[in-house]
Design a protein around this ligand. Structure first.
Ligand code: PBG
Length: 324
């Protein structure tokens, strides 16, 4: 008598067997921790919809960097809240802008940390859109120049990688061009290649104070119903010189991550966004789920779908769990 169904069970009967055949793993080095930087001194302000996530001032960055690196989380991505917003988002490429100051502080105090920057306008524009407005509509081409200036200013301040998140057409080529002209040939671009017009960004828009003042982002971010379009977006970014392709959000788009993994040989990143984090935290706070286990399972699912890199507000917490 043969019991083929026992083949699976035989290797599940203890943790050593399970570990031997485990197909997916997470290491702290795969994770990127987002940091929200704001003006002021000694500021450490919890984001109400994201428990455990803080908006901090530049002088708090060294401590934060040390904590991340102590946990093996060697990469961060920076988001800035500028002193002032205007219609053209000029704070985004100011020489002494909030991100430029933050990069310098991190490079001075934690040179081994990889500092990625989000390249976008929405946190810096008074209207909250990710580009320059012409007659109330985001104008693709005039936005490209500004995005390139932002990326260059981050590079000049010492950033290790730039991540354009605006979804304008042609921005990867424009950014690659200006970086190369200025001798930043070795600076990689992690493109938010596939970014959906998602309701999961809600808590981030509180954290970064960047909800659009009118309208929405559907004219430049993708329709959640589409996956073939994701492949077209990614193909363009590859042709334009992207080094890493990102999918965002993550959990509701695991099929998209998986398709990109199959179709492209570039590294794939996934952004587990603010709403994904907030949902898990809220349910856990109510005692409805085991927050730690759901965190772990959610990150495993993103890795299993094919992501090499995960940007997640859980980075430190997950690293702590792995260290146990
Ligand atoms: C800025 C940007 C957003 C996020 C990352 N970069 C907001 C948006 O597009 O509205 C969202 C991240 C998150 O929700 O955690 N363009």
């Amino acid at each position: 008598m043969i019991f083929p169904e026992y083949r699976a069970r035989r290797l599940r009967q203890n943790e050593n067997f399970r570990a031997l055949i485990r197909e997916t793993s997470i290491a702290p080095a795969h994770l990127v921790y987002p940091l929200f930087v704001m003006p002021g001194k000694g500021v450490r302000e919890e984001v109400s919809s994201m428990p455990g996530v803080f908006r901090i001032s530049v002088d708090q960055l060294a401590k934060e960097a040390k904590e991340c690196m102590g946990l093996g989380v060697n990469s961060v991505i920076l988001f800035g809240l500028p002193d002032k917003k205007d219609s053209k988002g000029s704070g985004a490429h100011a020489k002494d802008g909030i991100i430029q100051r933050a990069i310098k502080e991190l490079k001075n105090t934690a040179p081994a940390l990889t500092v990625c920057t989000d390249v976008c306008l929405c946190e810096y524009t008074s209207h909250g859109h990710c580009g320059i407005l012409l007659d109330e509509v985001v104008d693709n081409d005039s936005t490209l120049e500004v995005l390139a200036r932002i990326a260059l200013s981050h590079a000049q301040a010492g950033a290790d990688m730039v991540a354009p998140s605006d979804m304008m057409d042609g921005r990867v080529a424009e950014i690659r061009g200006i970086l190369d002209e200025n001798n930043f040939h070795m600076l990689p671009i992690m493109s938010y290649a596939v970014k959906y017009a998602s309701a999961f960004y809600g808590p981030f828009r509180d954290a970064a104070e960047c909800a659009p003042q009118h309208g929405d982002r559907k004219a430049y971010q993708m329709d959640p119903a589409n996956v073939r379009e994701a492949l077209r977006e990614a193909t363009l970014d590859v042709e334009e010189g992207a080094d890493i392709l990102m999918v965002k959000p993550a959990m509701a788009y695991l099929d998209v991550i998986s398709r990109l993994r199959d179709e492209f040989d570039l590294p794939i990143a996934a952004y587990q966004v603010s709403g994904e984090y907030a949902m898990i935290k809220a349910a856990a706070a109510n005692g409805w789920i085991d927050g730690e286990k759901v965190m772990h399972e959610s990150l495993l699912s993103i890795r299993r779908a094919g992501a090499d890199i995960i940007i997640t507000y859980f980075a430190k917490e997950m690293a702590r769990l792995l260290a146990k």
